[in-house]
Every structure is written in structure tokens, then in C-alpha cells.
Design a protein around this ligand. Structure first.
Ligand code: HEC
Length: 163
């Protein structure tokens, strides 16, 4: 069992990191090989979250919002937000060269990102509770809270602003 001298390991590890060459400002080329599956998974998951959120807002614009549909949609958002901690493996940022809107700030500030996830989960639970009351005004209030303190708060810091 030959041991690989650690100096070789250090050199090859450095060759894989763009930061080693001092070219950190340049956007990295997409790493070779398939993109990690979690990138597509989280994008699909966010699209479903977006659809459920839109379904709730559309119901609120009707004269008699369908509370059963709002309840199901709120529970769907809650359940999907809880998946987020498993969908952001290290090194899958836009800056790493992947086709994603996830910013490197996610991994530079893991505590802040986790708080953003937990805040959104809590806001979605409040929305579920409001839906249980059947009161459209209460639901509307919690939709606003989730949108601002859940979705937008996270997007402002951790998702690329492309509009
Ligand atoms: C904790 C952070 C966080 C929270 C909370 C969050 N998002 Fe996002 N969202 C992101 C990130 C990061 C991306 C980019 C993902 C990617 O491209 O890999 C994203 C992408 C999206 C997308 C685009 C998906 C695609 O690629 O087509 C939609 C739609 C979306 N979010 C909606 C929402 C809505 C609605 C909420 C609130 C109910 C929400 N998000 C809450 C971080 C968050």
C-alpha cells in the first residue's frame, strides 16, 4: 500500500480550486461531469412551491376562496420547505459554474441560510393555521408574511437577482 505524499494531494486539490490561482473574480467554468441531481431537484421543488403559493393567492382573489384547496397548498409549501436543508450540497452555486440561481452566500453564511429556511417553515405553519380558521383575511395576512419574511427575505440574500 503506497502512501501518496501529502504534497501531491495539496497540489492537485489546489488545481481544482479556482481561488488558488487568484482568479476568484472570474466566473468558473462548469465543473466536468454531470451536475449534482440536487440542483434540478431543488429547482423543481421551488417551482412546486411557487405554484402552490400562486394557487393560494388566486383563491384569495375570488369571492368565496376554496379553503380546502388553500389548506392543501399551504401544507404542500410547508412540506417542501422542510426539504430545503438536503437540497444544497456544498459547491453547487452559480459561482461554481452551475446553471443555478443559488448564490455562494448560501455556503459562506450557512447559519443565516438555515435561519432563512426555518423562518419560512414557521411562516408556512402560521399560514396553515390561518387556513384552518377559514377566515380569508387571516389567510391573506399570513400570505403576506410568508411572501415577505419567507420567500423574499431568502431570495434577496441567497438567490441571484435577475430582474
Ligand atoms: C431559504 C431560502 C429560500 C426560501 C425560504 C425560498 N426560496 Fe425560492 N429560491 C431560493 C433559491 C436559492 C433559488 C434558486 C435555486 C436554484 O436555481 O438552484 C430559488 C428559486 C425559486 C424559484 C425558481 C425555481 C426555478 O428554478 O424554476 C421559485 C419559483 C421560487 N424560488 C419561489 C419561492 C417561493 C414562492 C417561496 C416562498 C413560499 C420561496 N421561493 C422561498 C431560495 C429560497
Amino acid at each position: 500500500m503506497a502512501r501518496i505524499p501529502s504534497v501531491f494531494i495539496a497540489i492537485s486539490a489546489c488545481a481544482l480550486l479556482t481561488a488558488c490561482g487568484g482568479g476568484a473574480e472570474e466566473e468558473a467554468a462548469a465543473p466536468a461531469g454531470d451536475a449534482p441531481a440536487e440542483i434540478a431537484e431543488r429547482q423543481d421543488n421551488f417551482e412546486e412551491i411557487g405554484d402552490s403559493f400562486k394557487a393560494i393567492r388566486e383563491q384569495l382573489e375570488t369571492d368565496s376562496p376554496d379553503m380546502a384547496l388553500i389548506q392543501t397548498s399551504a401544507a404542500d409549501i410547508n412540506e417542501r420547505l422542510k426539504r430545503l436543508p438536503n437540497l444544497f450540497p456544498e459547491g453547487t452555486s452559480m459561482e461554481a459554474g452551475y446553471d443555478t440561481e443559488a448564490l455562494a452566500t448560501i455556503w459562506e453564511d450557512p447559519q443565516g441560510f438555515d435561519e432563512a429556511i426555518q423562518n419560512a417553515i414557521a411562516a408556512s405553519a402560521d399560514l396553515m393555521a390561518a387556513a384552518e380558521t377559514g377566515d380569508p383575511e387571516a389567510v391573506g395576512g399570513q400570505v403576506g408574511n410568508l411572501g415577505l419574511n419567507g420567500c423574499k427575505a431568502c431570495h434577496d440574500k441567497y438567490r441571484v437577482d435577475d430582474d
